[in-house]
Design a protein. Structure first.
Length: 238
């Protein structure tokens, strides 16, 4: 079943076209990979879906409803959430308090329930250092905190923007397990990522962006053999 549809979406910044006439769908309960070289338009596309940017043209549908002009905070309440490449926690709050704030404002929960929700997410993510401030956390723990902040609102679809960046092999393995568990719990996941081994293991389908356009889509094993993809992106890897 189709959960999200992006239809003919373009985003221009002055004379620069960052996303150009993109159309694709995300099916409920799948893990979709979104890949492409730097500057391909991946994060811009995520921002358009999440509502922090508005498209210059085109339509975005969620669960069959037109949400093109819906603001970010309303889209969050509908069940669309995202992480950011640069982790941006509230520095004066502990990790747990960061999540409590999210539950209070994103879900409108009362304090007691918000604390309970925050603790449940920490347990789910195996986040044992929840009482520390962000400047005391490792890169991996900060990545977990960023995911926790995104899922505290119990989203239906989650965009993960390069959560593997800066992680070692063992940390990536644990992160892959976390993403799969989120999907098994009913969440739909879109993974924006440069680590192709992660994309290969994790995704059901992949779309490939280059210069703001989709140049290929399908299973990773098929897409990775596409000559345009190899030229644009995969061939650039060491």
């Amino acid at each position: 079943m189709e959960l999200l549809r992006v239809e003919g979406v373009t985003k221009s910044f002055g004379g620069l076209v960052a996303v150009n006439n993109i159309t694709f769908e995300v099916r409920a309960n799948e893990i979709l990979g979104i890949i492409g070289p730097n500057g391909a338009g991946k994060t811009t596309l995520t921002s358009l879906v999440a509502g922090t940017l508005q498209p210059s043209s085109g339509k975005i549908f969620f669960d069959g409803k037109d949400i093109t002009e819906v603001p970010a905070h309303t889209k969050a309440k509908l069940g669309i959430s995202r992480t950011f490449q640069t982790v941006r926690p509230l520095r004066d709050f502990t990790a747990l308090e960061n999540l409590v704030v999210g539950a209070l404002f994103a879900k409108g929960e009362k304090l007691g329930k918000a604390v309970e929700s925050a603790k449940e997410i920490c347990e789910f993510l195996n986040f044992g250092r929840k009482d520390l401030y962000p400047d005391k956390l490792t890169v991996f723990e900060l990545k977990k905190l960023e995911i926790a902040r995104a899922v505290v609102s119990n989203p239906r679809i989650l965009f993960l923007d390069e959560v593997m960046a800066g992680l070692n092999h063992e940390e990536m393995k644990e992160m892959i397990k976390i993403v799969k568990i989120m999907r098994d719990r009913g969440m739909t996941i879109c993974v924006i990522e440069h680590v192709m081994s992660v994309i290969s293991e994790l995704t059901d389908r992949v779309i490939v962006l280059d210069r703001g356009e989709i140049i290929a889509q399908g299973p990773y094993q098929v897409v990775s053999q596409n000559k345009r993809v190899i030229t644009a992106y995969l061939g650039e890897e060491d």
